[in-house]
Design a protein around this ligand. Structure first.
Ligand SMILES: Nc1ncnc2c1ncn2[C@@H]1O[C@H](COP(=O)(O)OP(=O)(O)OP(=O)(O)O)[C@@H](O)[C@H]1O
Ligand SMILES: [Mg+2]
Length: 265
């Protein structure tokens, strides 16, 4: 085992996304997962049926106890729900993890359409969290909200990614899962240039938690010392195989097979 990842995100009772997907992805890639749970969701493959907020100070306490004892090689944020939570998480990072790489998955809306971030929290996300980020991983609707620009195709992904660098992030992975077409294309934008990653789009409804899983898999690679482009490539390969071998549970957006790297004997 190598690479300590502290995840700050929401819990998904259904096990497909959120903290549960994060822990599974980090573990499946041989990393060590720690968590500061920022919200509880009552959720399954059909939707989010309840959200129970965790007090900001308690989230900070979870973070602080992990950071000051076990230590972290990478942080990953997911669902943070409110502006106050974003402020608190940033304050704790500044106090105890200022030099630790940070992957921000700017979660706003769940796959089924339920809101996971208050509308008035977008400003806090842009002004407080993005300038601290080593990498952000927006899907296309999130990239549109963060940039204020429309994305109609692949060329726009690179353009908007570059505009998001202006917000102070070091790198942007624009995820193309929401674009139609036979390929799923993600675009990594850094000040050094642009890298495109293409994989065959799998026709399936079992894509619950793809975004959480991808971001945590990348964070694991960073924690293990992989160069960013390699961490992204390995994470995409991991997610693709997890979609391809999804178990088919549930009546809605089903979970992935996070365990495809685990040998049963
Ligand atoms: N049907 C698919 N086939 C292959 N790859 C996919 C498919 N859907 C998504 N991906 C890949 O999964 C990763 C996550 O992308 P996506 O755009 O689905 O994120 P997301 O919308 O944030 O997901 P979530 O709803 O779980 O938060 C990307 O690397 C994307 O290319
Ligand atoms: Mg997402």
């Amino acid at each position: 085992m190598k690479g300590r990842v502290l995840i700050i995100a929401g819990s998904d009772s259904g096990g497909g996304a959120g903290i549960q997907a994060d822990i599974k992805a980090v573990t499946a890639l041989n990393g060590f997962a720690m968590t500061a749970i920022a919200a509880l969701t009552a959720q399954n493959t059909e939707g989010v049926f309840g959200i129970h907020a965790v007090p900001v100070d308690f989230v900070r306490l979870q973070m602080r106890l992990c950071l000051t004892d076990l230590g972290a090689d990478c942080l990953k944020t997911g669902m943070l729900a409110t502006a106050a939570m974003i402020e608190g998480v940033v304050a704790e990072i500044e106090a105890n993890a200022a030099a630790v790489p940070l992957v921000v998955d700017p979660v706003m809306v769940a796959k089924g359409g339920d809101r996971l971030l208050a509308e008035d929290a977008t400003t806090a996300l842009i002004e407080r969290l993005l300038p601290r980020a080593t990498l952000i991983t927006p899907n296309l609707p999130e990239a549109e909200v963060l940039s204020g620009l429309r994305i109609a195709g692949l060329d726009d992904m690179a353009l908007v990614g570059r505009r998001l660098l202006d917000k102070g992030v070091q790198a942007v992975l624009m995820k193309g899962g929401h674009l139609p077409g036979p390929q799923a294309t993600d675009v990594l934008v850094t000040p050094q240039g642009i890298e495109r990653y293409e994989s065959p789009r799998i026709a399936t409804r079992h894509t619950h938690g793809t975004g959480c899983t991808l971001a945590s898999a990348i964070a694991t690679g960073i924690a293990q010392g992989l160069p960013l482009a390699d961490a992204v490539r390995r994470a995409r390969d991991y997610v693709l195989e997890a979609i391809r071998t999804a178990p088919g549970y549930g009546k809605g957006h089903g979970p992935l097979n996070h365990a495809h790297t685990v040998r049963s004997s």
